[in-house]
Each structure stands twice: as C-alpha cells, then as structure tokens.
Design a protein around this ligand. Sequence first.
Ligand code: BDR
Ligand code: CA
Length: 311
Amino acid sequence: SRPIICDCDPGHDDAISLILAFSTKALDVLAVTTSAGNQTPDKTLNNALRILTLLEQYDVPVAGGALKPLARELIIADNVHGESGLDGPKLPDPGFAPVELNAVELMAQKIRASEVPVILNPTGPLTNIALLLASHPELHAKIDSIVLMGGAAAAGNWTPAAEFNIFVDPESADMVFKSGIPIVMCGLDVTHQAYIVQQDIERIRAIDNPVAQCVAGLLDFFMIYHQDPKWGLKGAPLHDPCTIAWLLKPELFTAQDAWVGIETKGEYTQGMTVVDRYQLSGNKPNAKVLFDVDRDGFVDLIVDCLQAYNK
Ligand code: BDR
Ligand code: CA
C-alpha cells in the first residue's frame, strides 16, 4: 500500500478523487488537507469533512491550509461547483473535526513519520504544497512524487492560456515545478478525455451503496456546467480523479516527460503551463505530462472503485 496525502479543494471532481483514493488498499491515505480554490477555504475544509464522513473515515486527519494564494487574492469557481462547493447531492454534516494543525504542519508530520516516501496528490491550487516545500527542505527526499491535477499543454479552461488550479496561484505552481521532486501533471489535455456521459452516470446510479449514489448526484450537477457546446466536450471531464486513476492503472494513459515552465507574469498568459514538447528550451524535463487516456477503461475503473463500497 503506497502512502499518499490528498491536498484538495472539494469541489465535485475532488470529492470523487477522494472517494477513489479511499476505495482501494493500493493506497494508504495518511491525511487530507484542503486548499482554497473551488470555494473559500472554510467551505472546502467543510466539504472534505463531509466526504470523509460519508466514507466513515473518521480517523483520517483532516486539516485546512492557506486562506488565499501566496501573492494574490483568491478566485473561486462557484460557477462550476455552486454555493457550497459541492452542490447537488445531499451530504452528511461533518461527523468529526479537523485536527489542530494547519495543512502544512500535518503534511510535514505525516511525511516525517512515514517509513517510505509519500506521494503528494494536490487537486487544487498549489499553495499548501509550495509552503510545505519552502518550509521543510529536509523533507523533500521523503516525497516520492507529486501527482497533481493542473495545467494544460494546449488550451486553458479559465483563461485562453491557463487552467484554473494553476491560474489561481501561479507563484506556488512555479515553486512546485521548480522543486526537483518528480511531478506527474494531469492537465486538461488528458482530463478532457476522461469525460463521463449520462449513460455512465446511470451505470453508477445502479450501484447500490450510498457512496455511489452520492457520486451520481455529484455528476448530475457537474454535468450542467460542461454541457455548454463551447467546450466541445461529450460529457463532464473528471479532472481530479485522473490523478488516482494514474496511480492505480498507469497503463490507461500515455505520457511524455517534458520541461514545464509556469508563466507568472504574462499579459495574456498568467498561470499558463508552458510544456516543452519538442525539447526546444534546453531545460531538463521536470514533469511527466499525461496526454491520452483510455476513456472506457477509466470509467470501468471508477465503477470498480465504487463497487468496493458495497457492504
Ligand atoms: C480543476 O479546477 C477545479 O474546478 C477542479 O476541481 C479541478 O481541480 C480543473 O481545472
Ligand atoms: Ca480540484
């Protein structure tokens, strides 16, 4: 079982990503920390507690992180995720409290105590991860890899050039991509192929357990925003769950090692992930960038993970 810390901003797809991570013995979730992003930090923290309550994971420590990006004001995605950040299904109230540490302290404690290097799994803006790396250089060697959702080699989804997670806190993303720690980047190139259609939602709804029912409800809501023909999508893209799917079944994906630079200053390109696909920069690759996914295999994996919650 590989130790992992999920740093997320739930968020519909973050919630599903957590649900996948907890469904399997292949991963050992040491902690869940929350970032400000899809909603304000109080709401993303509350949402993480609600999801773990649904999963009856009361013993996993949860901690809230930075209240806003390193150098900018917070931008939220309530247009995508609604007023609560997890609009749609009925969720339980939190059945337990966060620990009395902040996200960075909790991550540091868990990494220090782990016998084997830990996977960091950020699926929101990278503020907490950047703060961890900056404040604990002695722990870098104990981080196995950073498997993140963010960025795009092609077009953005928040601005023409930038994906939301990187756009919100480009300074943090820049620190993370320069850290030298192995990075797996699940960007929009791959996540827009990891879409789910109505038929898949019905397949999930037919799984008779409360977790699968909740996922179906999350997807019903998540579908609405992505139905706009401007996206050219066939369904709702499950961005964040691609990270867990990669960890569980890398054979579903294609990837390329490449140098990725983060644009922090551009007039039109703030938060762009500049992916050097043709090795033009002379910079050594700092990330494994995912490009394609076997969509049917991805959906089957999600169904398998949700069936694991049958009692
Ligand atoms: C990313 O932004 C958020 O809205 C999603 O949760 C995902 O992490 C996609 O751009
Ligand atoms: Ca997210």
